[in-house]
Write a protein that binds this ligand. Sequence first.
Ligand SMILES: [Zn+2]
Length: 503
Amino acid sequence: MYDLAREQCPTMDHLYQIAGLTLDAGFDSLGLYLEHRYAYPSTPWSHGRGILTPEMVDRLQSEFPSLRIIPFINLLGHFEGMLYTEPGKKYHEDLFTGMQACPSKDEFLGLCERIIDDTVRTFRSDIIHIGGDETWQLGSCPICKDKVESVPEGQDGKAKLYGEHFGPLAELVQKKGRRPAVWGDMYLQHPDALNAMPKETLIFDWQYFNGLKESAPTFTQAGFDVVGCPAIQTYNATWMHMEASEKNVLEVLRDVRDMDLYGVCVTTWECGLFGSYDTLYPAIEACGAYSQPNSDLAPGLFQQKYDEAGNGKWANQMSAALAECGGTFKPGRIRSSLKVRLLLNSNPFLAWLHHGEELAGEVGFDALAVFEKAMALGPGDAEKGITLFGRSAVEFVRIVEEAKILYAQGRAEAAITKLALTRRLFDDLAKVAERTTARCGGSLADAERCRIAKEHVERVIQRIRQYGDGSLGYLPAFEVITHPKFVPHDQACWWLINRWANQ
Ligand SMILES: [Zn+2]
């Protein structure tokens, strides 16, 4: 499954390449995870640049008639790409918070039906995936809250609210002659919601750190077919955790075989924030080989496929060797903190605030050595770009740490000289992002993130020039003067103290 929703903007050539790779790897289907990145004719207001269009899907289906191209649309949770537009904000569960639409709004139900219509009109797949994961805001707005609380004692009000939303939508998919599919996570939390679903609904049980033994029986015992979903772990890594990804894929595959489940969907997520789909192709090939009936499920195929592609040594540095550096590089379960803090929050100094000590020390030193080796080993632009991102992140944090010390010593000019060095890092990263977009349809936002980061560094340099000599009568803490919300003369930082600070 290809995650288009995280700002990807593939051309037809990129799509052909991915579809070809999917077939060659031995898969019979390609999932396109869409969210707001598909040009639904009903939502002309949501069509961002580089979006997948119905015409592109038509061409892809004609070119690859033997490949089932399954659309993944999201009809409650992960609706954020719609909710944060001016015309789409009216569907919110909570305004300017979270990623869920409100299942009690008739106008949202109408929109869901139109999105299903738009989808079945173009996609020929017998399976239509209507989403449903991570709807953590169930029962948040006053109307939904009332519904959730009005069920008889002992019943699960959220299960009722959720089931009454998805049951009819799944039936609508059936009426159109297709098989509905949904994510399994919310049914694991609210099993009663399964009662509302047609029995033909296919449940995609995603388990990225465990197998399916704990979860899948909930569905099979209720009479549902289950697709096991492991993940290539990119979102929680500087590049990808190869060993953890392979372990997850193998565990899920074994459970699918042992429990005789319907199938497997290998998910890939979040190649925004300096991911690059073309560096994942060997992993996809390994997953395809593992997924064949009676294949040997012994570990090692990921490394072998990268070796065959000529970037095995680079891949090993960027996964196993980098993980050994520890700290932020250790395989974790949430989005890579270094990626998020350097670029996602429009304030690169957050990376220093949270990782300054760690990356100025041994972890950063070791990681720079790994990036140095990887840079020499990376055979192509894709590998070098990701390596440059990792190296730049560590270098930025280390330079800022030095600037902090100079600033505290009253050496404002010296601190400025240090910080000025980092502008070049963001210029170079913006070029990497642009090349990734051209090469494999990567994120359009990444280059903008780099520009915003550089602008903020320049703003901080100005502030230090102006106030670093104590001209305010006090020297703002380095954490304060580097923060986007810094206000001169607000010595007490009310922007931070006020309990509505982030609203
Ligand atoms: Zn609501």
